[in-house]
Design a binder for this molecule. Structure first.
Ligand code: SF4
Length: 334
């Protein structure tokens, strides 16, 4: 699988009245063709900021301060705005949490769909309307809805329209930032099924952002876990379910009821996410980590990359594999 997106050492900073905030801190990952890669973590961990940096939707005072973002080998960070506009929709699309953030409330669905098509394709309006009808058909919406305004559709239908728009020019990568959070679970299920169906048909890659780990584990091939602006673990879905290594990932897994199998008592993660103006020293998770050692307060853990993925925690690496320690502690607590 060749990489569609490659993010290397990405840093995003905000200027706040209380000082500089590093919202994304040296984040690196790659997404292969046709791969669904998930970024998960609590609110404020930097996952949406990462998505906005990739799709160039960051607004001041936020800015990419360093690092590289490559889409099919093309560097995006220094690309002039006009050239980036050519890539929007045709190479990279984004679906936001609320469909109303993607759709203009005072413009009919048809005009919004054909606008995106005509901006990139040299075709007649009639042809663009035909394509818009086809796109609505892909997401199971009747063509006669083209004349509706967004408010005349249900929340689920609006999100389907947004998916149709994202697909209009067959992009290589679709970024989905909490695409179903605002919807009830039945509608959410329908949307996710439709996305997976379309992804199989058109083989685009997805960067899927959510705080809902069970949902992520249902659909993603690989998962990246973010904490306080850093990527602390990346691994395949199956590996994460079987042997999550980072204590934060373990805490997240224990915060949700299991999808299948025996019921177990939920534990959650004690404490709060850190203030990024004054982040904790060493490992930023140390104030909440049940395994914290003295070295965790002093030294930032290095990233260990091996055949299971990557993990940034002092339990791994030189001192040996801390997974057994985590497993024993987890079993003892059940
Ligand atoms: Fe916990 Fe230390 Fe690992 Fe951080 S480095 S997650 S504090 S064990």
């Amino acid at each position: 699988m060749g990489d569609i997106l490659e993010v290397r050492d990405l840093c995003v900073d905000y200027d706040s009245p209380r000082g500089k905030v590093r919202a994304v801190n040296k984040v690196s990952f790659a997404i292969g063709k046709g791969e669904i890669f998930g970024l998960v973590g609590e609110s404020g961990c930097g996952k949406s900021t990462t998505a906005f940096a990739i799709s160039r939707l960051l607004r001041p005072p936020a800015q990419v301060s360093s690092g590289s973002i490559q889409l099919k080998g093309q560097e995006l960070t220094h690309l002039p705005e006009k050239e980036f506009d050519h890539l929007r929709w045709s190479n990279i699309s984004i679906i936001l949490q609320s469909a109303m953030n993607n759709l203009n409330p005072v413009i009919k669905i048809q005009d919004q769909l054909i606008d995106a098509i005509l901006a990139h394709k040299d075709i007649s309006t009639e042809e663009a309307v035909k394509q818009a009808e086809y796109l609505l058909g892909l997401v199971d919406i009747s063509a006669n809805r083209l004349n509706n305004y967004p408010h005349e559709l249900s929340g689920g239908m609006r999100q389907r329209v947004v998916i149709a728009m994202a697909l209009a020019l067959r992009p290589d990568l679709i970024i989905m930032d909490e695409p179903t959070t605002a919807l009830d679970v039945v509608v959410q299920n329908g949307i996710i099924k439709k996305v997976l169906e379309l992804q199989k048909e058109f083989d685009f890659s997805i960067l899927f952002i959510t705080h809902d780990l069970p949902l992520m584990l249902e659909i993603c091939d690989r998962v990246g876990v973010m904490y306080a602006g850093k990527l602390v673990e990346v691994t395949k879905r199956e590996t994460l379910l079987r042997e999550a290594r980072h204590p934060y990932t373990q805490g997240l897994l224990e915060s949700f009821p299991p999808l299948k199998g025996k019921k177990k008592r939920l534990k959650g993660i004690t404490g709060h996410t850190p203030d990024l103006v004054t982040p904790p020293s060493g490992c930023s998770f140390h104030p909440r980590c049940p395994f914290a050692m003295s070295t965790c307060k002093q030294e930032e853990p290095q990233i260990l990359a091996d055949n299971k993925g990557i993990v940034a925690c002092h339990l791994y690496g030189k001192e040996g594999d801390g997974f057994e320690q985590l497993q024993a502690a987890s079993e003892g607590n059940q």
